[in-house]
Write a protein of this length. Sequence first.
Length: 542
Amino acid sequence: MEKPDLVLGIDASTQSMTAVALSTENYSNAGSARIRYRDDPRLERFGLGGPSPILSPREPGEADQPACVFLAALDLLFADLGPGILSRVAAVNFSAQQHGQILVSAEGVRAIRALGESGAGTIAGTRTGGSSGRDLCGLVGPGLASDRAPIWMSSQTAVEAEEIRAALGGVEAVTAVSGSDSPLRFSGTVLRHIAKRYPDTYRLTARAHLISSFLAGVMAADPDAPIDWGNGSGMSLMNWKKRVWDAALVDAVSEGLEGGRAGLLAKLPPLAHPLAIVGRAAAYFRERYGFPEGCAIVAGSGDNPQSKVLAEGALISLGTSFVLMTEGHSPQPAANAMYDGLGRPFMFGCRTNGSLAWEALRVAGGFAADDFAAAERALACEPAGGGPGSKIRIFQPGTESFPASGVIDIGASGDFNADYAGAVDSSLGLMVLASRAFAGNVSSIAVTGGAAASRGLVGRIANFWGVPATPIGEAGAAAGAAVAAACALVPESLREEVARSARTVAARPGITAYPEEAAVRALRSPGAYLARLREAFEKASG
């Protein structure tokens, strides 16, 4: 057999699971596949066909997805890629929506280990409907402590978030230790809420995995696969500077819970560098899909850290949520301090509503949710900021975290072009205002996500930040994970060189948009759009 010559990056996002295979010789794209949870008929049984791909909430603010959908999608992804690609893979690296977690029982621990036993993958499962009992859902699913996987959209945890802040001594104190101010959606906060509200689920939990570490553990047949520093930063449990589980944070999350600190620590996997190799492809995957016996499984990270792999400097990811990432080496107010998929520190701000808000406007205007042509026409018709004396329009249909506020809907006129462009401008403008403490001196910005294909939008980003903006490939997190996988296979001294060479090809950079002097003045000068937006936002949000 020829030596494996591909690396595979897999991103388990909110709406789909995507794979990108890159050549280890020249980093060109050797194949890709995507499984959309809502659209793929093979996943109909999970009931994610509604407007948002989450399960019906049991309480306001709850946002869960079926834990088994990630196992089913992984099987389907590998079936669609086929042995022609998978037999050539030297390393697999995962990306997954940050803060999403999967709770595994003691039975699940045993089931994951059993995936490494000879014969685990020799009985084929079904590719057309429900679980065969011999696919990942059938083998591992019964061992999950909960059939629900809480994800980053969770917002029912205000009490727990404040309990953690108070235990550490307030917002500044918890930020100094964890790198963030104990946000509602962070997985330690959500785990505390689950333990208080559903104590039987917490009692049954033997391992509290993040989605990325869970999938890496499944592929390596190791239920103790580590959580990487980047995803660990999004838990309100890890000491950001020391990169260890922090005693004070663990005490705060576990206070009053069964087993206390020791009980929670027993459920947490270890921490590791995102490029750590955690094992080799288990027998299930070698026998069923043709992975080579020596295929390395990399620790992986979250979708934002893996997207950041593709950028040297600042990056805006325009996905389900909108995320701004910049370089940084110390926690900052209004930002989250993290590590990317290469282990580099960075600062992170997340605008929760993201593309969901813009999609809602397109639908309300009589267009399809994915009608980017209508969006492009609207941006072409309206100058950035709307021009002198124009209305400030803010459309924010849900609770927002960056900057923090509730629902806001002001300035709508019934003119789709003006309203849509105004909503886009306010989203970008509020990100500029919220990020000045940690992103005030960026020299360029890379733009990823589906909306990065819009020339009008990339041009607006260049004008709002006053720096060149370059679109990069849509499958950012999967491609970033693949680049990181290539780095994991070489000595540490060569990783920076490999990352630079690989991202030049894998990021698929498009045409750079440069800031226009007049537009920048209309947005950023004293008394111009950003100043008026700040005033309107503060008035609307109280």
